[in-house]
Design a protein around this ligand. Structure first.
Ligand code: HAM
Length: 416
């Protein structure tokens, strides 16, 4: 029997870890420099958190959730995203208690039962941030600016920031009505799913990926042309600030997000290096979600970056990754006694925090040196029978190809 990883999942092997660490470490340092604090929530949650939070009629809730009953017959779901869990955690732990600005970030795996393709997996990783407690457009701008700052720090090129406004509870009903009317007139051209959505949630039709629905979607009335004065003024201020701070953006009135909780600003960061799945980051404002999930009214805005897609882009653009620390010493021994002494030296090196290793397979001297070479080690410390007798080792600098005899007592000082 041969086992393989489940469809839509990937093993991240040691050779790729450096890239992952680079993306994650940079996210931590950039987010923390903006005063965001890390939060970690469970991988699974009560299913209802997502049906309520993300929206019953969305693709995520309708088709893509990993939902199961546990042994106590509770319906649980592997998190498809982390905004709703973060809101749940903040309500539950009273983090919204004081009326202060709360800035949080998270990094971790998400799960969606999607059709796998390049840049689209069933388990993928996101790095995201959420700001709670401000309805000021400057908070939207900080978020967008933070995403751009992160991508700049990574060294990414050719990114585009798309923005839009999807309105709020005041302007949406009238827009919804108009949209309903519009789709009703050409219902026959819509897929079965969308046809059902006309009554339940016509806005979701705008997010449909069926090729047959696209012509109608393209010509549909856009939210941005139907937003109320408050949403309009918010949107104008976001644009004004973005211009003022030199953050390039494109208005995209066709930008619809796949989650129902958004109000006012929505945005995506798009990379031309990716194919069909071109969004490396998506987010926006969600002023009603906290209340929807049982908290008090707290305005909020945030985004999540897709790290798997980002990894594809940095490989494609051959972004320079800082080299990791080299292995400093490799102990090469000949004979049983030398091996014992070698392990003793190895322990002392490791005690001092020096990255070092040795062979445990009884390889020949030559083979051990070959391994040292392959590991790109800085120094080989060679201990043979003669050396052992004389209380010395040979330290060979692998870069300079020079070597010298060193007394046991001097090894640590020399290597350091
Ligand atoms: P989202 O647009 O669904 O938003 O996901 C954000 C990013 O996650 C996408 O732009 C993409 O890069 C990545 N992503 C999504 N699905 C997949 C997949 N199947 N495979 C690989 N990468 C994927 C959210 O999740 C919101 N929670 C973002 C947010 C935070 N809004 C406000 N705060």
């Amino acid at each position: 029997m041969k086992y393989s990883s489940p469809r839509g999942t990937l093993d991240i092997l040691p050779g790729e870890i450096k890239l992952w660490r680079f993306l994650e470490d940079t996210a931590r340092s950039v987010f923390e420099s903006y005063n965001y604090a890390e939060i970690r929530t469970p991988i699974f949650e009560q299913t209802e958190l997502f049906t309520r939070g993300i929206g019953q009629d969305t693709d995520i809730v309708g088709k893509e959730m990993y939902t199961f009953l546990d042994k106590g017959d509770r319906s649980l779901t592997l998190r498809p995203e982390e905004t709703a869990p973060v809101v749940r955690a903040c309500i539950e732990n009273n983090l919204f208690g004081q009326n202060e600005l709360l800035k949080l970030y998270y990094i971790g795996p998400m799960f969606r039962y999607e059709r796998p393709q390049a840049g689209r997996q069933r388990q993928f990783s996101q790095a995201g941030v959420e700001v709670f407690g401000s309805s000021d457009p400057i908070a939207d701008v900080e978020i967008i600016e933070l995403a751009v700052a992160y991508f700049n720090e990574i060294g990414l090129k050719n990114l585009e920031v798309d923005i839009n406004s999807v309105g709020c509870g005041i302007c949406r009903p009238a827009y919804k009505k108009e949209l309903k009317q519009y789709f009703k007139e050409s219902e026959a051209e819509l897929c079965e799913n969308c046809s059902k959505r006309i009554e339940t949630n016509p806005l979701r039709i705008l997010d449909c990926k069926e090729p047959g629905c696209q012509p109608l979607i393209k010509k549909a009335p856009a939210t941005i042309d139907h937003i109320c004065d408050d949403c309009r003024s918010h949107y104008e201020k976001v644009k004004e600030y973005l211009k003022r701070y030199g953050i390039k953006f494109k208005e995209n009135k066709r930008l619809v997000r796949g989650l129902d909780y958004y109000t006012k600003t929505t945005f995506e960061v798009i990379s031309s290096s990716l194919g069909a799945q071109s969004a490396v980051c998506g987010g926006g404002r969600y002023d009603n979600l906290v209340e929807e999930l049982g908290g008090r009214s707290v305005p909020a805005v945030g985004f999540a970056i897709g790290l798997d897609r980002l990894l594809m882009v940095i490989k494609e653009q051959k972004v320079d990754i800082p080299a990791g620390e080299r292995l400093k010493a490799y102990i090469v021994t000949l004979g049983e006694e030398a091996k014992k002494k070698g392990f003793e030296v190895l322990r002392s090196l490791r005690n001092m925090g020096i990255r070092s290793d040795m062979d445990f397979q009884g390889k020949s001297l030559n083979s051990q040196l070959k391994v040292a070479n392959k590991l790109n080690v800085q120094f080989a410390i060679i201990i043979g029978e003669d050396e052992l007798k004389n209380g010395i080792v040979v330290i060979r600098s692998m870069d300079e190809k020079e070597q010298e005899n060193v007394a046991f007592s001097e090894i640590l000082r020399k290597i350091r």
